[in-house]
Design a protein around this ligand. Structure first.
Ligand SMILES: Nc1ncnc2c1ncn2[C@@H]1O[C@H](COP(=O)(O)OP(=O)(O)O)[C@@H](O)[C@H]1O
Ligand SMILES: [Mg+2]
Length: 276
């Protein structure tokens, strides 16, 4: 097998996305190779969620192209769109579990990609699915919580359940939209560590948005900085310090508005540090 050339899993080329008068993405070009863990770093409103949603076909670009796993995403519909979405797991800031269902039932709903209508109760799933779900729960360290209601778990545990649910699809790409924004620093580190570990074991490609510089440096292979819908930095994290990241943000700020955004970023980080 030829393993020398990395395989491109995500390719955005000149992506512009407008919502009325708002330009959410302003000419984004980006490639992500198989197995890479890329963090999209940027302030609120910089375009992180919009970018991630393009990778799953939830948004269609105003112009430019979006390719994921070799598919021309904006052109997909029907069965091929569902097939792409089942290869792409998605986790969110608010976990989005069904609070009144058990942890195990929540994980099982991850196998419903492409299936219409709700399924109720454990027994509507095959034994193989139930065993797979238990395996994924074991994987995220929550096997002993399988029969508890989801809303009895802590935030960090709920996010781990959401990861187990995403694994039910056997995804090859994992998208994570601010997965630790609702968590305390310790749980944040646990969740990011788990994502890294699973990505390495399963050969998953991860694109994860964060707004904390420290977390991005600790957990990403590569940081892509977004500001006002533009890529303002794209660097491997190896040997990168927080000061360097902030300097880079500073260096690309050429207008007053941009400098203000850099300042906001520094203030945000200082506030986050104080909260610890
Ligand atoms: N569905 C939408 N309709 C209108 N404006 C939107 C929509 N989604 C995002 N935006 C705007 O696009 C910009 C980028 O938003 P978003 O991608 O959510 O940023 P982030 O995730 O970095 O906070 C913001 O100005 C936001 O208000
Ligand atoms: Mg967002």
């Amino acid at each position: 097998m030829n393993t020398t050339a990395p395989e491109t899993v995500v390719r955005l080329d000149g992506v512009v996305k407008r919502f009325g008068a708002t330009t959410a993405l302003d000419g984004v070009s980006l490639t992500v190779d198989r197995g890479e863990i890329v963090v999209l770093l940027g302030l609120s409103g910089s375009g992180k969620s919009t970018l991630l949603r393009h990778l799953d076909g939830l948004e269609v670009p105003t112009s430019g192209s979006v390719e994921v796993l070799g598919e021309d995403v904006p052109r997909l519909a029907g069965r091929r769109l569902r097939a792409l979405r089942s290869s792409v797991g998605f986790i969110f800031q608010q976990f989005e579990l069904v609070p009144s269902l058990t942890v195990l039932e929540n994980v099982l709903t991850g196998s419903l990609a492409g299936v219409r209508g709700p399924r109720l109760g454990l027994w509507s799933y095959s034994k193989a699915r139930r065993l797979a779900a238990l395996g994924h729960l074991d994987r995220v360290g929550l096997l002993d919580r399988a029969y508890q209601r989801a809303d009895t778990l802590s935030g960090g545990q709920q996010q781990r359940v959401a990861i187990a649910r995403a694994l039910m699809q056997n995804p090859s790409v994992l998208l994570a939209d601010e997965p630790v924004a609702s968590l305390d620093p310790e749980s944040s580190d646990q969740v990011m560590a788990l994502i890294r570990e699973i990505a390495a074991d399963e050969g998953l490609t991860v694109v994860c948005s964060l707004h904390q510089v420290d977390l991005a440096i600790s957990w990403a292979d590569r940081i892509v900085g977004l500001r006002h819908g533009q890529v303002v930095l794209d660097l491997p994290t190896r040997d990168l310090s927080k000061t360097q990241v902030m300097e880079i943000y500073g260096r690309v700020a050429t207008t007053t508005a941009e400098l203000r955004a850099v300042q906001d970023e520094l203030l945000l980080e200082a506030a986050a540090e104080q909260a610890r």
